[in-house]
Write a protein that binds this ligand. Structure first.
Ligand code: BDP
Length: 597
């Protein structure tokens, strides 16, 4: 573990000061900033809200679609009474960043969807304002996640060409904190659970700096102490345990105390939920009870905010999801802001937590390429070892960050890569082995497969504990008047999977149609609301025909922004809700079905 990724909290021993607000910002199209010492100060900055994507504020295309280096700057007062360690913690900076404090380079981080922790203890000047500068970059390539490329226009401007179907939003997308901990401090903890009749055992493990005693206390929802234990690792026995149940969450508070006798050095508090996860044959078991997954693939996406985290949007999204009777979502196609998981823990939602391994097929229309048989030799290229290294690191950071959330019952390690070569198999075997080694809760691992990953050709499905399929029979394949053929083809594929007798659960992690709320048609026509309803009903009748299908996560929860193109009408319109989070007709269809499913 390089840095503590614990979510920042404040108490008597540690503190966090939120640095969100209006920062300074400057584009650096010719990458001159480093040479010209922008790490000290930006020469001609404009103002920029944090957290948010920069793209959504501008009125010119050049700025909205800007691709290259860009810089942020702010001032941060470091109080003179701070002792111990001082860090800056960025929830994420997309896609990569170098952090400077008072002109001094502190750290660099690759990957736009996981935290950056910069230790500024030796550089921060107490009792005054310190200058924080961030050099960021949003270019895409095939060595980093997510994958894509960059083209240069005739006018010299760079343009991101994602191999994925969401806008390449960039910026400081999540909250920034100044974190202060004692010199010797709690760095990490993890929990696993065993159920024993009505009781439960919470097995814990802690990581801390310095040689001190550890006491761990568990408190119930009313704040009463339930049990405690001494030692860096050990067991907490909970009699008559309240389990964390799907859509009926119960959260305990765990407090880890670092101390020398009665002198407390550090304390860290978090909320945890007692629940187990297991795959048994074709069933997904939470607390040994089968659960059928109902819900959505989502995006962090909204007007004006872009991919910037906002509590109000998260609240509305949970209310809409609860209204549909959903119980699950996938963080397609990257780890979301930590606040989403904390919210899901409280609401009793299950999460398939996905790493940003998307675009592992060389196509800027991968959604259309899926199913055409197009093969791009993605895993046969010399850049793959570098990509693998980044992929492994990001899986590690994601699991380190999210391992204690009861909502997270599974990790998804890819979305729609090429999977039909032995190269792909070897690549993903390394990823799955690593993930399994580091997840303390031994969660089921999965990945989402597109249509070219057919039962006869795919060499990677056997790596998964349950198999996630993204399928668009009735949209990309045999859409509109051919929908009866679509159903036939869909059933044919499912029969071929069934014939393999894999005895594992299958979950549909994508199915949907682009639908404009303005379009109504009787009989239905593609893009109309009636067609979205008809398509869903057809899909449901297929799902209900196979016992091993144990979940349906519709694509997508809401309309979202993408790159421009002839197949996208100001974004992807497969939302069950509009981008403003109002229901399309199909939302009522889902609500009705999921009420009794
Ligand atoms: C799948 C991708 C997803 C796309 C979706 C679509 O996983 O990101 O948005 O298709 O075409 O290929 O809507």
């Amino acid at each position: 573990m390089n840095q503590s990724l614990l979510f920042p909290i404040s108490n008597d021993y540690r503190s966090c000061i939120n640095l969100d607000g209006l920062w300074k910002f400057q584009f650096d199209p010719n990458s001159i900033g480093t040479k010209e010492n922008w790490n000290n100060h930006l020469p001609k900055p404009i103002s920029m809200p944090v957290p948010a994507s920069f793209a959504t504020f501008f009125t010119t295309k050049e700025e909205r679609d800007y691709c290259g280096d860009f810089w942020y700057e702010t001032e941060c007062f470091v109080p003179s009474n701070m002792t111990g360690k001082i860090y800056l913690r960025f929830g994420s900076v997309t896609h990569r960043a170098t952090i400077f404090c008072n002109g001094v380079e502190i750290t660099s981080h690759e990957g736009g969807f996981l935290p950056i922790v910069a230790d500024i203890t030796s550089v921060a000047i107490k009792g005054q304002k310190n200058t924080i500068v961030v050099k960021a970059n949003n270019e895409l390539n095939e060595k980093t996640l997510p994958c894509g490329t960059v083209m240069t226009l005739k006018n010299g401007n760079k343009l991101a060409k994602p191999y994925f179907d969401f806008f390449n939003y960039a910026g400081i997308h999540r909250s920034v904190y100044l974190v202060n901990t004692p010199e010797d401090a709690i760095e990490d903890y993890s929990v696993t659970y065993t159920l024993k009749g009505k009781d439960a055992v919470v097995h814990y493990d802690t990581v801390s700096r310095g040689n001190h005693d550890i006491t761990v206390i568990l408190k119930d929802q009313e704040g009463n102490e339930v049990c405690r234990n001494e030692g860096a690792s050990g067991d907490l026995y909970v009699t008559n345990a309240h389990l964390w149940k799907v859509r009926n969450a119960y959260l305990y508070t765990i407090e880890v105390i670092l101390h020398d006798g009665s002198t407390v050095i550090d304390s860290y508090e978090d909320r945890i939920g007692i629940r187990t996860v297991r795959i048994d044959g074709t069933k997904i078991l939470i607390n040994e009870e089968p659960v059928y997954l109902k819900g959505f693939g989502k995006h962090e996406d909204f007007d004006i905010l872009g991919r910037g985290f906002n509590w109000a949007i998260a609240k509305r999204d949970f209310e809409c999801m609860k209204w549909t009777n959903a119980n699950c979502f996938r963080t397609s196609h990257y780890p979301y802001a930590e606040e989403w998981y904390r919210f899901a823990d409280e609401e009793g939602f299950l999460i398939i937590d996905e790493v940003a391994a998307v675009g592992m097929m060389r196509s800027t229309h991968n959604f259309a390429a899926a199913g055409t048989g197009q093969y791009t030799y993605f895993f046969e290229t010399p850049t793959v070892p570098a990509l693998l290294k980044n992929h492994l690191t990001q899986v590690e950071e994601m699991i380190q960050r999210d391992k204690n959330h009861p909502s997270v019952f599974s990790f998804s390690l890819f979305n729609e890569p090429e999977t039909t070569s032995t190269y792909a198999h070897d690549y993903f075997k390394a990823i799955f082995d690593h993930a399994r080694n580091i997840d303390p809760q031994n969660r089921p691992m999965t990945g989402a497969f597109e249509k070219n990953s057919a039962p006869e050709k795919c060499l990677c499905y056997m790596l998964c504990n349950f198999i996630c399929l993204n399928r668009y029979y009735g949209w990309y394949i045999s859409g509109g008047p051919e929908i009866s053929d679509a159903e036939w083809k869909f059933r044919d594929e499912m029969n071929r999977w069934q014939a393999k007798d894999l005895n594992v659960p299958f979950v549909f992690t994508e199915f949907g149609t682009d639908t404009l709320p303005s379009e109504h048609s009787l009989p239905s026509i593609m893009w109309s609301q009636e067609y979205q309803d008809e398509y869903m009903e057809m899909n449901f009748s297929v799902f209900d025909s196979y016992d091993f299908i144990q979940g349906e996560l519709a694509w997508n929860f809401a309309d979202f922004q993408t790159s421009e193109g002839i197949m996208r009408v100001n974004g992807n319109k497969k939302g069950v809700f509009t981008r403003q989070r109002q229901p399309k007709d199909v939302a009522f269809v889902m609500k009705k079905r999921w009420a009794d499913k």
